[in-house]
Design a binder for this molecule. Structure first.
Ligand SMILES: C[S@@+](CC[C@H](N)C(=O)[O-])C[C@H]1O[C@@H](n2cnc3c(N)ncnc32)[C@H](O)[C@@H]1O
Length: 237
């Protein structure tokens, strides 16, 4: 969408083959022109959730459960992802797909407005994913930012909105204006470290700043110091 179609195609060609449930959901998305995140973004969701050892994930706007599938696969049996969806039918459909994928036990299904639903969940969450109506992005952010733990992520889809956010602001429609506001607020937020990846329609990663726990390891020998074998570490050339 944002990237050159050939580059997009190339990245797709590197992906491992989808299993039966993922492939079926991608086929349904394409047939209905339903805006699922797709496998490139799906893998990013999986990667981030795995990297931080996520156990509690909240999705705002889950559709028929495609992005939920990626998050659920990042969790172990003790993890939980909350699927939120306005449409009863889409929620039921998500339950069917995720049951077939063997991950439904890790999913809590909530029908209704995600901006209301989240107020019943104080958190803290390891990841909150925002993919609701674009006009609601600023309000969704306010609700999400106080519920994500330090060291966790808010991840938001469609933040480049087919490139419309880069056009002349006087041409913005309501959705583009809301996304642009969202992007400016998050970019300036002192409690988050934000990167927008121009992947598919633009994905924002907002890291909630925390004291970063350092990996513990024996300290490496200093230059010129004796190593355990009695050799001096070489000076860099
Ligand atoms: C872009 S689709 C979500 C796709 C899904 N995240 C995926 O990648 O598989 C947006 C979905 O969110 C739902 N939605 C939009 N605004 C919502 C809201 N405020 N609360 C709950 N669901 C919402 C829509 O009905 C639609 O199914």
């Amino acid at each position: 969408m944002i990237t050159d179609p050939k580059v997009e195609q190339y990245m797709h060609s590197l992906l491992p083959a989808a299993d039966a449930v993922q492939a079926e959901m991608e086929r349904i998305g394409a047939e209905r022109h339903f805006p699922i995140v797709g496998p490139l973004v799906g893998r990013l969701l999986l990667q981030v959730a795995r990297a931080i050892g996520a156990r509690d994930i909240f999705e705002m706007g889950s559709g028929f459960g495609y992005s939920t599938l990626w998050f659920a696969r990042a969790l172990d049996e003790s993890g939980r992802v909350v699927h939120t969806e306005m449409s009863d039918d889409l929620s039921e459909e998500a339950r069917r797909h995720l049951t077939r994928a063997g991950v439904a036990a890790r999913v809590t299904f909530e029908v209704g407005n995600a901006l209301d639903t989240i107020t019943r969940y104080p958190g803290p969450f390891d990841v909150i994913f925002i993919d609701v109506e674009k006009e609601d992005y600023p309000a969704a952010l306010d609700l999400a930012r106080v519920r994500v733990r330090p060291g966790g992520f808010i991840i938001t889809d469609n933040v480049l909105w087919s490139g419309k956010v880069a056009q002349d602001p006087s041409t913005f429609d309501a959705a583009t204006r809301a996304i642009d506001t969202y992007n400016r607020v998050t970019a300036a937020a002192p409690d988050f470290l934000t990167t927008i990846l121009p992947l598919r329609d633009g994905v924002a990663l907002h890291y909630k700043i925390a004291e970063t726990p350092r990996r513990t390891r024996p300290s490496s020998p200093r230059i010129g110091q004796l190593t355990p074998l009695g050799r001096k570490t070489p000076l860099p050339r």
